[in-house]
Design a protein around this ligand. Structure first.
Ligand code: PHE
Length: 445
């Protein structure tokens, strides 16, 4: 059980920004807008929002509740909700969860590294270092390794400083900057011709696009975006004070995450059509909109290039925004194995952050060396399989195994009246039956 000196978030606001920081990441800025554009615009937005409310939100409450009840890393937290004979299952699930979190971080750090490169490149070009600037934008093993290590270094640096001093402090600094940069860029992009076409593609529903694959994409997107299934929210929940109202806190986090995904759509798709106006091709030969990778690394930079001097600035601001969003997510991913090592193996935090961060960097390096077979494979295995399957298991544990009185008692700590309210009438049945069935349906449909 928790020691009296265990770290906590210092304020509710700090927690919300840290958890929203974990949730808001490349999934929102990079994934959501292109998914929406390719899946019927407004239709995808509606289905996605329904997935967030109907599936991701209840599971977010479940993960936060397990963590706060356990007041410990995922190994202990998951063990604490299981009956004494089956605690090994908790250990096993936590190990799978922290391995999955490490795998997500291993590819995330490569992507984020490229973004760091694209952030630095315009600055270097502006001061005349054209060679270095081009190197940073050209795919090579050396560049990929260098930038990945730079990003991992930043991630380790935050996590080694602890929950309040590292994670909370940096999230509360970075998240407002992120929102500010969004506002600046959206304001700018809408002064450019073509922006409105992007807005139309994003918002106007195309009902011919409703099919099972759309629901599957929306579910995957919601899981990834809310950082579910890989114990990140469980660990953050374990640092929450006992008087925090869990359903409300989770709702705030889900709302911020969804709002930022939406705002990202208001930036990215208009930017794409502005790029088209500048002569950049944004559709593939088969009529599909360029993939998100092409969009971020080809289309947008090509557009910034056509803008002359202001283009350098706009490009750097845009990539700074992406890097910030990625960093507040990567720290939550690294915190999962680090919290387990600190508490289960009694390692000092500094040492645990460097060793585990080093091991994940080594994994990233392997992916960089064997990029073609490994990169996509790790993404699919960790986000399309591990995340939803673990999420399903957590729902089953909370719904069927964890003692209902204990769940209620935990929720009542931040909300004494909860037993009489609508949330408690719906949520337990919901995680018990509806979430698992919905997930199985989407899996097999
Ligand atoms: N939610 C993050 C994003 O949208 C990614 C993430 C997934 C972070 C799982 C932590 C855990 O980019």
């Amino acid at each position: 059980m928790a020691s009296a000196s265990r770290a906590q978030f210092s304020s509710r606001f700090g927690f919300i920004l840290a958890a929203a920081g974990s949730a808001v990441g490349l999934g929102n800025i990079w994934g959501f807008p292109t998914q929406a554009a390719n899946n019927g615009g407004g239709v995808f937005i509606v289905v996605y929002t329904l997935m967030v409310i109907g599936l991701a939100y209840p599971l977010l409450v479940a993960e936060l509740t397990i963590g706060r009840y356990g007041q410990a890393n995922p190994v202990q937290s998951l063990r604490s909700i299981l009956p004494s004979g089956s605690r090994w299952l908790g250990t096993l699930l936590a190990l799978v969860g922290l391995t999955a979190a490490s795998c997500i971080l291993s590819f995330y750090a490569i992507l984020a590294g490229w973004l760091v490169g694209y952030f630095l490149s315009p600055i270097l070009e502006a001061i005349g270092l054209t060679g270095v600037s081009q190197w940073l934008e050209t795919f090579s093993i050396g560049r990929n390794l260098f930038l990945m290590l730079l990003f991992m270094w930043a991630t380790i640096h935050v996590v080694k400083s602890g929950v309040a001093e590292g994670i909370e402090r940096w999230s509360t600094r970075l998240m407002p900057i992120l929102v500010l940069l969004f506002v600046v860029l959206i304001g700018y992009i809408f002064t450019q011709d073509g922006a409105v076409d992007g807005l139309k593609l994003f918002l106007i529903p195309d009902f011919s696009q409703i099919h099972p694959a759309l629901i599957h994409s929306a579910m995957g997107q919601a899981f990834f975006s809310l950082s579910l299934g890989v114990c990140t929210m469980m660990v953050y929940g374990s640092y929450l004070k006992k008087d925090a109202n869990l359903p409300r806190t989770a709702a705030e986090v889900a709302l911020i995450d969804t709002a930022i995904a939406f705002i990202a759509g208001l930036l990215i798709l208009p930017a794409m059509f502005v790029a088209q106006n500048h002569g950049v091709t944004i559709y593939n030969d088969d009529g599909q909109l360029a993939s998100s990778g092409t969009l971020v690394f080809d289309v947008l930079p090509a557009m910034f290039d056509t803008m002359g001097a202001p283009g350098y600035l706009v490009a750097s601001i845009f990539f700074a925004l992406m890097v910030i969003a990625a960093l507040t997510s990567s720290i939550s991913l690294l915190e999962v194995p680090v919290a387990a090592a600190v508490e289960e193996l009694s390692q000092p935090r500094n040492y645990a952050a460097w060793t585990i961060g080093g091991m994940i960097s080594a994994l990233s390096a392997v992916i960089i060396f064997y990029f073609d077979p490994l990169f996509d494979w790790v993404i699919v295995a960790s986000t399309e399989y591990a995340q939803p399957i673990l999420g399903l298991i957590f729902a089953l544990l909370v719904g069927w195994i964890w003692h209902r009185d204990q769940v209620l008692a935990e929720l009542q700590k931040g909300n004494p009246a909860i037993a009489a309210g609508w949330f408690w009438k719906i949520w337990p049945v919901y995680v018990r039956v509806v979430c698992p069935l919905l997930m199985l349906y989407v899996f097999f449909a």
